[in-house]
Design a protein around this ligand. Structure first.
Ligand code: SF4
Length: 396
């Protein structure tokens, strides 16, 4: 299986998105604490690592850890807002360190919408420059986009721009907003969309990409809101192929190994033909309404077959429906006999501690929170609860 792990290398950021699900914490990484996590992915036989944050380029030793991961044979990727990659020298340094693929996150190409979502102005120009610099240095570029209330109606408009201006970008990822953590949790009214808000524009955007021969993935969108392109659902692909995901969170959650991709379902899901391969509604609070889910009656086998025979994704070894069904039934039986992991407290892997808290990192965290609280007041959003960032026993 082509498992790819995540390491949050920092948790601070130079943008201030109102729906950030991984905001500032007092934890910090040294090269050594990151190296342990890279080694762990290598031992597990992982294909690659995604360096993320916060804004990962703010870690002074990012090129060094990227080079180390690359030397160990991992495919090195990074998720970034593009602000530092807009610097040509830094882009070259990351390419030389072995960075192979960068996910540049852009939410809307309407400057006023992007500025509102980012809590900062002038970010689009830097993202465009980052895309050019990455491409010029041989780093593959994907575009990441968080679906939210403010961009829900024009996801296709963004795609048209990328197709027309950056033909070299061949892969796109949408992530529906996760309203359960960080600032997203306390700013749900402003940023959490209704599923129906984005259904039409997401469909138009996926159709544009599909017709132009580009690929894409969609996370945290129930299959009844992307039925025609259900094979592009990240959760569905993981359910079908039996893949896991490890995230080394730089907060009190520490390491989370996710093997269960099922979330919330409605009563009608019981009769839906896609229920066995659908991740449902990704929500731990009341951000979304299960009443928006509606069963569909299409062929699940056709979707599975498309995933397991995808020539661009050879990661799943079984290529026929019969062989897949036997493997799937075996995995289901195993999962049913094991205790079901809690949604509130996902299973943790405590092999290695993730990061450190030092007097200096705690001081910086407190200063950053004070500065962000002032910014939150100016831009009119609520600050996340600090408790989620702090281990037990640390005073705010
Ligand atoms: S009705 Fe339920 S099981 Fe069916 S696609 Fe929607 S969320 Fe998934």
């Amino acid at each position: 299986m082509a498992n790819i792990g995540y390491i949050q290398v920092v948790r601070h950021c130079n943008h201030f998105c109102g729906f950030c699900s991984n905001p500032t914490t007092p934890y910090t990484h040294t090269f050594e604490t990151m190296k342990v996590l890279v080694d762990d992915f290598v031992q597990r036989g992982y294909f690659g690592v995604i360096l993320t944050g916060g804004e990962p380029t703010l870690h002074p030793e990012l090129p060094r850890i990227a080079a180390y991961a690359s030397e160990q044979g991992l495919h090195v990727r990074m998720i970034t807002n593009g602000s530092r990659l807009a610097d040509r020298g830094f882009a070259r340094e990351m390419a030389e360190a072995g960075l192979k693929l960068v996910h540049v996150s852009v939410y809307s190409l309407r400057p006023e919408v992007e500025a509102r979502l980012r809590g900062a102005t002038g970010t689009l120009e830097k993202a465009y420059q980052a895309v050019e610099n990455a491409h010029a240095n041989g780093i593959e570029v994907n575009i990441n986009c968080v679906i939210n209330k403010l961009n829900a109606d024009h996801l296709d408009e963004n795609i048209e721009y990328w197709i027309n201006h950056h033909p070299e970008i061949r892969h796109f990822i949408w992530n529906n907003l996760d309203p359960s953590m960080g600032r997203a949790e306390v700013n749900q009214a402003e940023f959490t969309p209704r599923l129906a808000d984005f259904e039409a524009s997401l469909f138009r955007a996926m159709r544009l990409l599909h017709r132009s021969g580009r690929s894409f993935r969609v996370e945290k969108v129930p299959l009844c809101y992307m039925t025609e392109f259900a094979w592009a659902s990240t959760e569905t692909r993981k359910i079908v192929k039996g893949e896991e995901r490890i995230v080394h969170f730089l907060d009190r959650k520490q390491t989370v190994r996710q093997t269960d991709w099922e979330h919330i379902y409605a009563e009608g899901c019981d009769v839906c033909t896609l229920r066995p391969i659908c991740g449902g509604l990704f929500d731990r609070g009341n951000g979304y309404d299960p009443a928006e889910l509606a069963p569909v009656f299409v062929s699940m086998e056709a979707i599975v077959e498309r995933i397991i025979t995808d020539p661009g994704d050879p990661s799943y070894p079984l290529r026929t429906l019969g062989a897949w069904r036997a493997d799937f039934e075996r995995r289901l039986a195993e999962a049913r006999s094991a205790p079901r992991p809690s949604r509130e407290e996902p299973p943790q892997d405590t092999t290695n501690p993730v990061g450190l808290i030092t007097p200096e990192s705690l001081r910086r965290f407190q200063a950053k929170r004070e500065a962000e609280a002032r910014k939150a007041q100016v831009v009119g959003i609520a600050m996340e609860h600090a408790e989620g960032a702090l281990p037990g026993g640390v005073e705010r």
